[in-house]
Design a protein around this ligand. Structure first.
Ligand code: ATP
Ligand code: MG
Length: 642
């Protein structure tokens, strides 16, 4: 891991460094007395009935705050409307076409009650399942809150999924109602969501009703027995719906993972532990205050949107920005324009977005006043140091910290991240730094022995934490096998990690994507970081192919920055660059130039597809692939060479 470590010397770490402060104390307490620690933290929630037991841990099932009763919509709304937060802005919403809406806490409260009343009239009650297939419009968080209020279990399906992908999820959860909109705007086009919802309803006998939010103006056929307009069921009533007293461990939602490594898994999250975990981790990682304007760019269809667009900011009474459209519509500066317009103070996005902006050049953000920003964040994939530095310089202007947050759908909220809300760590581009309080991390070798600092292995979490998933929905066997069978008693995220000499953690991609070359293990993240460090490269994906001599041979798929065209010279140059930055073992067998890398719809590179192309295997589940053309392109590049 010399390459990763050597980058550290470039770093602007000094100004953030406060040695041995509060973080160490808080972390130590969370490890020495987890139950005492979490009992204290849980005072920040409003309980209808206090818990009897902080933790019931019967591995691999953790149940937090047993006996306690609460409601997440109450945490997010009711308790704020009793204070001065009532008239504060909860969301500044902007549509792709430029239309805007400003929603205060009081308006969110009123809408949530009315939507809950409407759902109740449709027969939705506690324990029922509801599928939400909506674009990034205010109705989506409102329906999530309304479901939470009624105790109905919701599953949000990302709006860019097809009717079939929706049907798979609707059927798996057994949804009684699908809530959708007439359509959505994307890069100037209208996508027909309602038609996809009908396709799913026809395929899934569990579906009784489709509720349609009027969003785009186009015509949609309504089945009088099955389909209702939201406006009609709201029917002018203003109603209070008492929040259900939910059990601390009652299920809140099912959310399907991104499908980067295989078929998406239906992750089941609970109420109290999840609510506490996301609020605390947002506070710790981003240090918001009551004047913050928070913008998490994730779609609500992913866990990042659930936890950090909807629930955690509302629990903390923050103001958020929510944007419906594409980052490059009408032009690549749309996001920077929005930051300047709303005075965003905390901006949280993904490496894939940052690399896209890098590809287009720093002149775009340079046109805007980004001085309102106080904190930046990244999530979704390892952020390579080059992208980190670009973000730090061109968006943060070298004056604010970046919280690289490592976590998963399964973890509910951040697990490893800088914690300026407790005490700022020094930063190292590409490292997610330290675990959150309560997160007991170790790096193990394949036999389960803890590795010394500097060596790469499997990251495991040795203690349950409040945001931990309850289960995989209706699949306990898969739950136990995926996360708990390899190292019994420890949660296995499936990522590779290295703890450096300063105890900083480097997340290095999927453990099953590690490449073994001539007896050496090299992570895809390390190879990609190195090659993206070359000024001609915008993005890269590494994978491998079996090789008789070396065990595995490295294959790279590369997209170039504007201004460089593929050529044998650039290929040779990139090979030299890899050898110089990592070593001879990083010599790729082949470099393919493509325009697009295959990604999940949440923006993660799907290396397993590239590997399938490079080895001539079948590609497997592609239901979450963003753009089918990208895999065809890789295949064509590969065929051409043969
Ligand atoms: P599936 O589980 O279906 O393969 P997925 O793991 O991509 O899909 P998510 O839960 O959305 O679905 O993603 C979690 C994964 O994303 C992590 O396991 C990790 O590999 C990666 N990840 C997220 N944030 C970071 C980060 N800050 N640094 C490195 N990797 C990250
Ligand atoms: Mg995963």
């Amino acid at each position: 891991m010399t390459q990763t470590d050597s980058r550290v010397t470039h770093l602007p770490t000094g100004s953030y460094y406060t040695p041995s402060g509060e973080y160490d104390d808080l972390y130590r307490r969370s490890m020495e007395d987890p139950e005492g620690f979490w009992a204290e933290q849980a005072e920040s929630l409003d309980w209808f009935k206090p818990w009897e037991k902080v933790l019931d841990w019967q591995a691999p099932y953790a149940r937090w705050f047993v006996g306690g009763k609460l409601n997440l919509s109450y945490q997010c709304l009711d308790r704020h409307v009793q204070t001065e937060v009532k008239n504060k802005v909860a969301f500044y919403w902007e549509g792709e076409l430029g239309e805007t809406q400003v929603l205060t806490y009081n308006e969110m409260y009123r809408l949530t009650n009315n939507y809950a009343a409407a759902l109740k009239r449709l027969g939705v009650k506690r324990g029922d399942k509801v599928a939400l297939y909506l674009p990034m419009i205010p109705a989506l968080p409102v329906f999530m809150l309304a479901c939470a209020r009624l105790g109905a279990i919701f599953t949000v399906v990302f709006s860019a999924f097809s009717g079939q992908a929706l049907a798979d999820r609707v059927e798996d959860v057994g949804a009684k109602v699908i809530i959708t909109s007439s359509g959505m705007h994307r890069r100037g086009k209208i996508l027909p969501l309602k038609e996809n919802a009908v396709e799913a309803a026809v395929k899934c006998p569990c579906v009784e009703k489709i509720v349609v939010v009027k969003h785009t103006g186009h015509h949609t056929e309504m089945d009088p027995d099955r389909d209702v307009w939201l406006d009609d069921i709201l029917a002018g009533v203003d109603e209070y719906v008492a929040p259900e007293a939910m059990d601390a461990n009652d299920p809140l939602f099912v959310l399907y993972t991104s499908g980067s490594t295989g078929k998406p898994k239906g992750i089941l999250h609970g109420t109290a532990g999840y609510a506490l975990w996301i609020a605390k981790t947002l506070q710790w990682a981003f240090n918001p205050d009551q004047k913050s304007v928070f913008w998490c760019t994730a779609d609500i269809g992913w866990i990042t949107g659930h936890s950090y667009v909807v629930f955690a900011p509302l629990e903390l009474g923050l103001t958020s920005v929510m944007y419906e459209g594409a980052p490059d519509f009408p032009a690549i500066d749309r996001w920077w324009q929005l930051i300047a317009k709303y005075g965003v103070t905390i901006f949280y996005t993904s490496p894939t977005a940052i690399r896209m902006f890098m590809r287009h050049g720093e002149e775009w953000p340079a046109k805007y006043d980004l001085s309102s920003l106080k904190s930046l964040g990244s999530v979704g994939e390892p952020i390579n140091p080059e992208a980190w530095l670009w973000y730090y310089r061109n968006i943060g202007h070298e004056r604010i910290s970046i919280s690289d947050t490592w976590w998963q759908t399964e973890t509910g909220g951040f697990m490893i991240s800088p914690t300026p809300g407790i005490q700022p760590h020094p930063l190292k581009p590409g490292s997610a730094t330290k675990p959150m309080p309560g997160v007991d991390v170790a790096v193990l070798d394949p036999d389960g022995k803890e590795l010394p600092n500097g060596q790469t292995g499997f990251i495991v979490i040795r203690k349950p934490w409040p945001g931990m998933l309850l289960d995989i929905y209706q699949n306990q066997e898969l739950y136990q096998q995926t996360y708990w069978s390899r190292f019994p008693g420890y949660y296995l995220p499936g990522d590779f990690c290295m703890k450096d000499q300063d105890n900083f953690l480097w997340l290095l991609g999927r453990a099953d994507e590690v490449i073994k070359v001539a007896g050496h293990r090299i992570s895809t993240a390390e190879l990609e970081s190195s090659i993206v460090g070359h000024s001609a490269v915008a993005e890269a994906a590494a994978c491998s192919r079996p090789d008789e001599v070396k065990g595995e041979a490295i294959i790279l798929f590369v997209t170039l920055r504007k201004g460089t065209d593929p050529s044998p010279e650039i290929k040779a140059e990139l090979t030299r660059h890899l050898r110089a930055t990592i070593g001879a073992l990083a010599t790729p067998e082949e470099i393919f130039f493509v325009n697009l890398l295959p990604k999940t719809r949440s923006g993660k590179i799907m290396r397993r597809l590239l590997k399938a192309v490079a080895t001539g295997a079948t590609v497997g589940d592609t239901s979450t692939l963003d753009d089918g053309a990208s895999i065809d392109e890789a295949r064509a590049a590969f065929e051409e060479l043969k």
